[in-house]
Write a protein that binds this ligand. Structure first.
Ligand code: ADP
Length: 415
């Protein structure tokens, strides 16, 4: 089946056309046919990019003022007689939508009906910067592709298995009742994919594994996955909590922000920008939020870049120890995301020290980096294996869409 995957942000639409079915899910042989995106929607030169797999990249900068026009443009590229990968739009059999927040309402993906749409709209107050754009994308796609099923896949759903003692904050409980204040966690689709994939590569069942997944991109989060269920994760009510990230603080004594607001005379939106946009790797280094640039600067002797990288790695180490403790053991540690997949120094140094602690085996990280696309970077015989698995959130969205349509159940059954 040909599935369109859509991820709509405030001024962007990212999409992929993926061919998959139940058999190819099982054998991991489903494939992306083409990718297309539109950025800077609402500006005079939006940026359209389309790339059929194995074909030439097409770029254009037309004026695109709204999401519906952007999606329409992409659809016509997928079905274009010369560049396209399908004969007509009728070849698209379903659409999978990335929806950021499903609150406590969604613990798995759902086919979008008027009732489900209402429930997604009720989650807007939990993610006012994301869900409205996701919904706008759904409405546009439903108009452009009427008559095909649309499926919602939530970033938060995978973490809905957390026990209450992991998701509650030490605040008066009434605030949970009144405002749904609790840990939700994000990047769920990514944590789910890499934990599923590593079990598949190890030819074992996730029911037997205690896995820690580290998604290290611009946003960073970790998850403790015990016997296929997420039992804790580092992001919280919003993506601000947990690891230090490109521009986000991660964990911080909450009193610090109250103190800074008073001392620097900051309003709410300035404080929000400080925590989310001006902090993290960027704020500490004063150079960049990009790990490649920081590694370069650190090599050249910049001590603030070195400090930012050291803080980044130190936090990851602390979370690994926490999550190994709550699971009573660790079988597999997985790195993914731009930094996790590529960075030879930072994430790997964490893996090295972890495997050293867990066993006397040396990791193979010094011998081969960067690793192959999917690679075990530790000694296979040690008590804890360390893997690098490139994430593929779009694939999970396409697979859930197919499973829901064909079986009525989005959950993988095989492993
Ligand atoms: P996003 O969260 O936006 O999807 P990515 O997963 O693409 O982000 O990760 C972006 C981060 O990955 C940046 O900090 C970037 O510097 C880092 N990164 C990408 N490639 C490399 C590399 N080869 N070495 C080190 N860091 C890398």
């Amino acid at each position: 089946m040909k599935i369109l995957v859509l991820n709509c942000g405030s001024s962007s639409v990212k999409s992929q056309l993926i061919e998959t079915d139940l058999e190819s899910i099982e054998t991991n042989s489903d494939r992306t046919l083409a990718c297309g995106s539109v950025e800077k929607i609402g500006m005079t030169s939006s940026v359209v990019r389309y790339e059929p797999v194995g074909g030439e990249v097409f770029k254009d900068t037309p004026e695109i003022l709204e999401h519906k026009v952007a999606i329409d443009r992409l659809l016509h590229l997928y079905a274009d007689p010369t560049r396209g990968v399908i004969r007509s739009l009728a070849d698209i059999e379903a659409v999978g939508h990335r929806i950021v927040h499903g609150g406590e309402k969604f613990s798995q993906s759902a086919a979008i009906t008027p009732e489900i749409l209402k429930q997604i709209e009720e989650c807007v107050e939990l993610a006012p910067l994301h869900n409205p754009h996701n919904i706008r994308g759904y409405r546009a796609a439903a108009e452009l592709l009427p008559g095909v099923p649309h499926v919602a896949v939530f970033d938060t759903a995978f973490h809905q298995t957390m026990p209450d003692y992991a998701f509650m904050y030490g605040l008066p409980r009434i605030l949970y009742k009144r405002h749904a204040i609790r840990r939700y966690g994000f990047h769920g689709t990514s944590h789910r994919y890499v934990s599923y994939r590593v079990a598949q590569l190890l030819n074992t069942s996730r029911e037997k594994l205690r896995i820690i997944t580290c998604h290290l991109g611009n946003g960073c989060s970790m998850a403790a996955i015990k016997f296929r269920r997420s039992i804790d994760t580092s992001m919280g009510f919003t993506p601000l909590e947990g690891l230090m990230m490109g521009t986000r603080t991660g964990d911080l004594d909450p009193a610090v922000i109250l103190h800074i607001m008073a001392k620097e005379d900051l309003g709410l939106s300035e404080a929000n920008a400080l925590l989310n946009k001006h902090s993290g790797l960027y704020g500490v280094s004063g150079i960049s939020n990009d790990m490649r640039e920081l590694e370069e600067s650190a090599r050249e002797g910049d001590r603030h870049a070195r400090l930012a990288i050291d803080m980044f790695c130190y936090r990851i180490k602390k979370y690994i120890a926490r999550y190994a403790a709550v699971m009573n053991r660790l079988d597999v540690l997985v790195f993914t995301g731009g930094i996790g997949e590529n960075s030879p120094r930072s994430a790997r140094s964490v893996a090295r020290s972890w495997t050293f602690w867990a066993s006397s085996h040396r990791t193979r990280t010094e011998r081969r980096h960067p690793p192959r696309q999917e690679d075990c970077i530790s000694c296979v015989s040690g008590p804890c294996m360390v893997w690098v698995i490139p994430t593929n959130e779009e694939l999970i969205i396409a697979r859930d869409t197919v499973r829901l349509i064909l079986t009525g159940d989005p959950r993988p059954t095989n492993r």
